[in-house]
Write a protein that binds this ligand. Structure first.
Ligand code: 6PG
Length: 228
């Protein structure tokens, strides 16, 4: 987590120096808590936080105060602990009853922020991703429709095994970033990490994250890297 925080701040400082801002897409789940903790404590003075803009690579179809909300987790562990202007935080409107409408609105938010035309893609300076035990990333789960999405930046993805919609970036966004970091922890993921990194035929959603013009990083703890 310390190494990941160092990289985050190094990429952020360069982005702010070069372009005056640092655009970040956060991940959900529980692993990012460790990174958030580092940033909010040992790295709190390393970035001009008023120049950092936060988005999410995916969100559950729940209100922002839900215990399942990726926004809520980030707010509690990171955003509430640093001097980040509220206008720099762009959460998914996942409280909307229609998940497709939430995805469409978030896509419009991104297009407006990045001043995009209809056929262009945002280039987030840094995208943080996790990996699930089934090799999913963001909310791109095996066997789901979003894996094939070629038009939209953000979609509502029905996940049968969760019996729920998730709102997620598509590969169009993930693969357009100059820096994508997988942050994976725990020996329960070691076998899936090995497959993701050593078995090209595994056909896992996380393996389709291949930045066209950027660096792809895997930050692993000892447990997650056990099988490499
Ligand atoms: C989510 C995440 C998801 C997560 C993996 C790993 O909304 O749950 O975006 O892709 O990164 O499921 O989750 P853990 O870090 O909790 O193992």
């Amino acid at each position: 987590f310390h190494a990941a925080a160092e990289k985050f701040c190094s990429v952020g400082s360069s982005a702010i120096q070069d372009g005056g801002r640092f655009t970040v897409a956060l991940s959900g789940g529980s692993t990012p808590r460790g990174l958030h903790q580092e940033l909010a404590t040992h790295f709190s003075s390393q970035l001009q936080w008023d120049k950092v803009f936060f988005f999410w690579g995916d969100e559950r179809h729940v209100p922002p105060d839900s215990s399942d909300s990726n926004y809520r987790m980030a707010k509690e562990t990171l955003l509430s602990k640093l001097p980040i202007p509220p206008e720099n935080i762009f959460r998914v409107p996942a409280e909307l009853p229609d998940a497709r409408q939430a995805a469409a609105k978030y896509e419009q938010t991104i297009q407006k922020f990045f001043r995009l035309g209809p056929d262009s893609f945002p280039r987030f300076d840094f995208i943080l991703l996790g990996m699930g035990p089934d090799g999913h990333t963001a909310s791109l789960f095996p066997g789901t429709a979003a894996l094939q999405e070629k038009d939209h930046l953000v979609v509502a993805n029905w996940v049968e095994k969760l019996n729920a919609f998730r709102i997620t970036f598509t590969y169009l966004v993930l693969n357009n970033a100059p820096c994508v970091m997988f942050l994976v922890s725990g020996d329960e993921k070691a076998e899936m990490v090995r497959r993701a990194l050593k078995d090209p035929g595994a056909n896992l959603p996380c393996q389709k994250v291949r930045p066209v013009d950027g660096e792809l990083l895997w930050y692993l703890d000892k447990g997650a890297g056990l099988r490499l």
